[in-house]
Ligand binder design. Structure first.
Ligand code: ADP
Ligand code: ZN
Ligand code: ZN
Length: 753
C-alpha cells in the first residue's frame, strides 16, 4: 500500500487585487519531512511521515504526528515522492494544526542558514517565526457575528414589532450592515425574529485585535538636501550604513524609503531597539501609513500579537514595525529593511536561541534582493569598519534637521567637587542648571544607568556584602519597597539593618541609583513634577507611554531614567540633560565598554535642544581626562572611531579578531566542571594545527559564578580572523559531541557576566 502512487491536488486560494484565483498545483506527493517541535537535541533533525491522501498538506504547515507513544507537534519542511527511510516503518501524519502554511519558503531557507551559522536547533529556530501563543494553542482568531440587511426580500413584520423596525432603520442608516454588538441594544428576540425571516443574514467575521497607539498627526515636512540625497542613494540591493547625528531626521528618511517600497508593490520591515520606548515613532508611522502598519513587540497582548502577525501573514498589513523579533515578520516580497539604532545591544538575542538580527536582516535582504539600512548616530565600531572597507555603503546626515547646533556638553570633574566640599550626587553646576530649568518652566532629563536606590549594601566594619543565595551577585537596595532585590533572578530579601556576620549596624549603601536621584531631587525641588522611568516603573502595560505622556504635558518637569530615556525621544521642551555618573558603563571588563559609553552619552545628549530653545548637557565624571569624554563632548564620532579602531587593532580585539565564549551551566557543579575539562582538553588539541590563529584560550569560572542556582563555567578564546570560521566549526563540534545539555555558544559576546 505504501508503494502505491497517488496524486494530491493542492488548491491554493489567493486573493490578488480583489479577485480570487485558484491555482492548482499538481504534485506527486507521498512523504513529508517533518521537524518535531521539541527542544531536544536527539530530535534535532528531519523525520519522515506519510501524508494521508485525505489531508491536503503543503510545505510550511504545522501538523500533529505520532512520535513513539506520544502525539507531538511538527513542521512540514518538505514534501516529496520518495523517502529515505524504510517506507514500511513510516507513520502517518495525524492532522493539520492550522489550515495555512505558517512557515513560508523564505523562512525555511532562513532556518537552514541560521542552523549553520549560529549552531542552533532547527525547532528552536522555527519557533522564532511564529507567535509563541500560536504554538501553545492559547490564541485563536477572534470572530464576531455580523448582520447584513437583505434588500432582496419583502419586509413583512407586525406593526407592533417596534424593535424589529428599529433594527431595519438602523441597518438602512449603516450601509445595510452591523455587528452583533451594535444590534444587541435592540434585544435578542428582535434580531432572531428578523434572522428567521431571512430579513437579516448572519455572517461570521474575523475581528482583529489592534494594539493601542497614540495617534498624532505627524508634521508633514519637506526633506532637506541631505535627506533627499540619502533617499536617492538608497536604492540598490546592498547594505547601507546611515550615519546621521541625533535629530538629523532619520525617521523621515525611513518613511520615504518605506513609502517608495510600497509604491513599488513591495513590503517593508523596520526595527527599533525597544518599541515601548519610542511610542512617537509608532504614532508617526501609524499616521503616515495607517492600517498598512503592523506592530510586533512584547508589549502586546497575546491576541493582539497573533492578529498583527496574521495581518502581515495575509498581506493585509505591509509594514512590520517592531523590536528584534519583528525581523521574522511573515512578509514576502520585501522591498526595504531598516534597522534603526543599529548599534544597540538588544539586536543580539541574549537567551537561547542566540542570533544576531544584523545577520538575519542580511539574509532576508539578499533573499528578497532589497536594500538593507542600518541607521545610527553612533554606529557600532564593527559596522563603521565595514563601511570603511566598502562592505556597507556609507550615507551621512551630518546636521540636525532643524538647523540647530547639537547641545553643548559640559564636563564636570566630580573629584574636584569633592575637594571643594560637595560630596552629594549633583555637582553645583547641575543644580544651578536644574534650578534654571525649573524657574523657566522647561524640562530636564537626568540619566543614571542604575535602577534601585543603591547598588549594594555593605557592612563598613567587616566588609560583608548582601548577595543572592542563588546567583552570587550583590543585591540592589530598593528603598520604595524597602527590599533588597536580585537583578538576575528577581528574588527579594529583607534590608540589612545590622550585619549578619559581625552584628555591626554600620551599613553603607553603594553607588547611586534612579530611586535615590529622584528622592534627592524631590528634596531640592519640592512641588516640581519629577518622574522616574526604569524597569521597575514600567512593568505594567502601556506604563512607558503613561510616564512619557505625563512628562510631555508637565512644565516644569524632570524625568529621571536609565538608558530607557536615552533613545529616540523627541520632546521640544527638554533643554537640559544631566548625566549623573557617566563612568558607570566605562569600567566593565569588556572590550566594548568605551564604545558603549560613547554611544550612551551621544544618545542621551541628543535628547536636549531639539526645537527652538538651545540645549545643554552636564556630564559628571570621576575620570574627566578619559579620551571617551573628549570625543563625546565634541560629538566627534570619527575621531572616536579612529582612536578605538587603533586600540582594538593593537590589543587584538574585535572586529579585528573573533572572540568565542562557550558557557556551560548546570545545577550539578561536578558535571559542568567535568564537561568543561573534557571540552577544553580537546579544544586545546586544535593548537597543533591552528597555533598561529589562536591568540588566547582559557577555561575558567564565569564572572558570575552562579545564576538561579546554576553553576557557570566558560571557555574563552580569541582567534585571528583568517581561519576563524574553520576553528569555530571544530570547536562547536567538539562541544556538541561531549555535552548532554545545551551549551551557550557566543561569538563576540555582548556581555561577559
Ligand atoms: P533622528 O532620528 O535622526 O534623531 P528625528 O527623525 O527624530 O531625528 O527628527 C528630529 C526632528 O526633526 C523631528 O522633530 C522631525 O520631525 C524633524 N524633521 C525631520 N526632517 C525634517 C525636515 N526635513 N525639516 C524640518 N524638520 C524635520
Ligand atoms: Zn559586618
Ligand atoms: Zn538571584
Amino acid at each position: 500500500m505504501v508503494n502505491s502512487f497517488f496524486i494530491l491536488i493542492i488548491y491554493h486560494l489567493r486573493k490578488i487585487d480583489g479577485c480570487a484565483i485558484i491555482i492548482i498545483i499538481k504534485k506527486d506527493v507521498m512523504y513529508a519531512k517533518v521537524i518535531i517541535d521539541q527542544d531536544a537535541k536527539a530530535l534535532d533533525r528531519v523525520f519522515e511521515y506519510i501524508v494521508p491522501d485525505d489531508l491536503d498538506i503543503v510545505t510550511g504547515m504545522r501538523v500533529y504526528v505520532p512520535f513513539g507513544s506520544r502525539i507531538l507537534q511538527g513542521f512540514v519542511v518538505d514534501l516529496c515522492d520518495k523517502c529515505e527511510y524504510d517506507p514500511s516503518k513510516l507513520k502517518k501524519i495525524i492532522s493539520k494544526i492550522d489550515d495555512f502554511p505558517a512557515i513560508k519558503q523564505e523562512m525555511l531557507s532562513l532556518m537552514q542558514y541560521m542552523a549553520k551559522k549560529n549552531h542552533l536547533k532547527l525547532a528552536s529556530i522555527l519557533r522564532l517565526f511564529i507567535p509563541a501563543e500560536m504554538r501553545e494553542g492559547k490564541v485563536k482568531e477572534l470572530f464576531e457575528t455580523h448582520y447584513l440587511f437583505n434588500a432582496e426580500i419583502e419586509i413583512n413584520i407586525a406593526k407592533n414589532a417596534k424593535k424589529q423596525q428599529e433594527i431595519i432603520d438602523y441597518l438602512k442608516n449603516h450601509n445595510n450592515h452591523a455587528s452583533s454588538s451594535e444590534l444587541n441594544q435592540f434585544g435578542y428576540g428582535a434580531i432572531k425574529a428578523l434572522t428567521d425571516k431571512c430579513i437579516l443574514i448572519k455572517e461570521k467575521r474575523e475581528v482583529r485585535r489592534a494594539p493601542f497607539v497614540i495617534s498624532e498627526t505627524a508634521k508633514k515636512v519637506k526633506l532637506n538636501v541631505d535627506q533627499q540625497k540619502a533617499v536617492e542613494k538608497i536604492t540598490e540591493d546592498k547594505t547601507y550604513l546611515l550615519h546621521g547625528v541625533t535629530g538629523s531626521g532619520k525617521t523621515e528618511v525611513y518613511m520615504h524609503l518605506i513609502e517608495r517600497a510600497l509604491t513599488q508593490g513591495k513590503n517593508a520591515i523596520m526595527l527599533v531597539p525597544e518599541i515601548s520606548l519610542t511610542p512617537q515613532i509608532m504614532s508617526n508611522f501609524k499616521s503616515r501609513f495607517g492600517d498598512a502598519v503592523a506592530l510586533l513587540h512584547s508589549g502586546l497582548s497575546a491576541g493582539e500579537r497573533f492578529d498583527e502577525w496574521k495581518r502581515l501573514f495575509s498581506g493585509e498589513a505591509r509594514i512590520a514595525i517592531g523590536a528584534r523579533s519583528a525581523i521574522f515578520a511573515p512578509l514576502e516580497n520585501l522591498g526595504m529593511i531598516i534597522i534603526d539604532e543599529e548599534h544597540e545591544q538588544s539586536y543580539i538575542s541574549e537567551s537561547n536561541p542566540r542570533f544576531d538580527t544584523h545577520d538575519v536582516a542580511q539574509f532576508r535582504a539578499r533573499y528578497n534582493k532589497c536594500p538593507l539600512v542600518f541607521g545610527s548616530a553612533t554606529p557600532s565600531i564593527e559596522s563603521y569598519e565595514k563601511a570603511l572597507q566598502g562592505l556597507y555603503s556609507l550615507v551621512e546626515l551630518p546636521v540636525r534637521a532643524n538647523g540647530k547646533e547639537l547641545p553643548k556638553i559640559q564636563i564636570i570633574d566630580m573629584m574636584a567637587e569633592i575637594r571643594t566640599g560637595n560630596s552629594g550626587i549633583f555637582s553645583n553646576q547641575l543644580l544651578a542648571d536644574l534650578t534654571n530649568v525649573v524657574n523657566n518652566k522647561k524640562q530636564a532629563m537626568i540619566f543614571i544607568n542604575r535602577r534601585g536606590y543603591s547598588s549594594f549594601q555593605r557592612c563598613r566594619d567587616c566588609g560583608y556584602i548582601a548577595k543572592c543565595v542563588d546567583c552570587d551577585v550583590s543585591l540592589v537596595y530598593h528603598r520604595e519597597d524597602n527590599r533588597l532585590k536580585c537583578h538576575y533572578c528577581g528574588k527579594q530579601y529583607k534590608v540589612l539593618t545590622r550585619c549578619p556576620k559581625c552584628g555591626s549596624e554600620n551599613i553603607k549603601n553603594g553607588a547611586v541609583g534612579t530611586e535615590q536621584v529622584v528622592s534627592k531631587l524631590k528634596e531640592y525641588f519640592p512641588g516640581v513634577k519629577i518622574l522616574r522611568m526604569d524597569n521597575d516603573t514600567t512593568s505594567t502595560k502601556n506604563a512607558h507611554q503613561k510616564i512619557l505622556n505625563e512628562f510631555k504635558n508637565s512644565l516644569p518637569a524632570i524625568l529621571v531614567g536609565t538608558q530607557m530615556i536615552a533613545k529616540g525621544h523627541d520632546f521640544e521642551n527638554v533643554v537640559l540633560v544631566g548625566i549623573v555618573d557617566a563612568d558607570q558603563s566605562l569600567y566593565h571588563a569588556d572590550y566594548r565598554s568605551t564604545e558603549r559609553t560613547f554611544q550612551l552619552i551621544t544618545q542621551v545628549s541628543g535628547r536636549a535642544g531639539r526645537s527652538e530653545a538651545e540645549g545643554k548637557v552636564v556630564l559628571q565624571t570621576y575620570s574627566p581626562r578619559h579620551y571617551v569624554y573628549k570625543f563625546a563632548s565634541n560629538y566627534d564620532y570619527k575621531g572616536f572611531f579612529r582612536k578605538e579602531e587603533n586600540i582594538r587593532q593593537t590589543s587584538q580585539f574585535p572586529p579585528f579578531t573573533r572572540i568565542i565564549r562557550i558557557l556551560f551551566s548546570d545545577h550539578d557543579e561536578n558535571y559542568v566542571r567535568e564537561l568543561l575539562k573534557v571540552c577544553y582538553t580537546e579544544i586545546e588539541g586544535l593548537k597543533e594545527r591552528y597555533n598561529n590563529d589562536i591568540i588566547y584560550l582559557d577555561a575558567m569560572k564565569s564572572p558570575i559564578k552562579r545564576i538561579q542556582d546554576k553553576y557557570r563555567y566558560q571557555i574563552m578564546m580569541r582567534l585571528k580572523l583568517d581561519n576563524a570560521d574553520k576553528i569555530e566549526e571544530e570547536v562547536f563540534n567538539i562541544v556538541d559531541k561531549n555535552s548532554k545539555t545545551s551549551v551557550f555558544f557566543e561569538i563576540n559576546p555582548q556581555n561577559l557576566s
